[in-house]
Design a protein around this ligand. Structure first.
Ligand code: 5GP
Ligand code: ZN
Length: 134
């Protein structure tokens, strides 16, 4: 897609710090510098996000996410990873091209991506009726 920033990065029209590439994905460092090692894994096929992509594209991106994550833990001094995907503007997606965020983690890095929250007092039985697929 011509005016998509990630398509331009994949093509090399915009420079990036490449971490990994295969037939399905292109992975590079996020420009935000907000988390140490913040990496984006982008599908080579332009899909908007996880909601509209085909399962083959999703499988390709997740296989690469696992490969890069294992590399970070096995060879780069990290202890674990958080994998984040924002699908849809309401979920915080700002670039409308399918991508996964890898946030490499260390035991003592002080990052809290899932802060504790007050219970909402939800009726779980009603919620179950509303959300179940079968
Ligand atoms: P989203 O909010 O869509 O889930 O994530 C988009 C990510 O792309 C953000 O973390 C943002 O920092 C990153 N990003 C946006 N433009 C560029 C760019 O030109 N180069 C790189 N390396 N990252 C970018
Ligand atoms: Zn694109």
């Amino acid at each position: 897609m011509t005016d998509c920033i990630f398509c331009k990065i994949i093509k090399g029209d915009i420079p990036s710090y490449k971490i990994y590439e295969d037939d399905n994905v292109y992975a590079f460092l996020d420009i935000a510098e907000d988390y140490y090692g913040h990496t984006l894994v982008v599908s080579k096929k332009h899909c908007e996000n996880m909601l509209d992509c085909d399962s083959e594209t999703l499988a390709g991106i997740m296989t690469a996410v696992q490969k890069i994550s294992r590399h970070y833990v096995d060879n780069c001094g990290f202890d674990g990873v958080n994998i984040i995907n924002n699908s849809g503007v309401s979920a915080g997606q700002s670039v409308m091209h399918l991508h996964m965020h890898i946030l490499p983690r260390k035991a003592d890095d002080g990052v809290n991506l899932w802060p504790e929250r007050e219970k909402l007092g939800i009726d779980l039985k009603q919620l179950h009726n509303q959300l179940k697929l079968q």
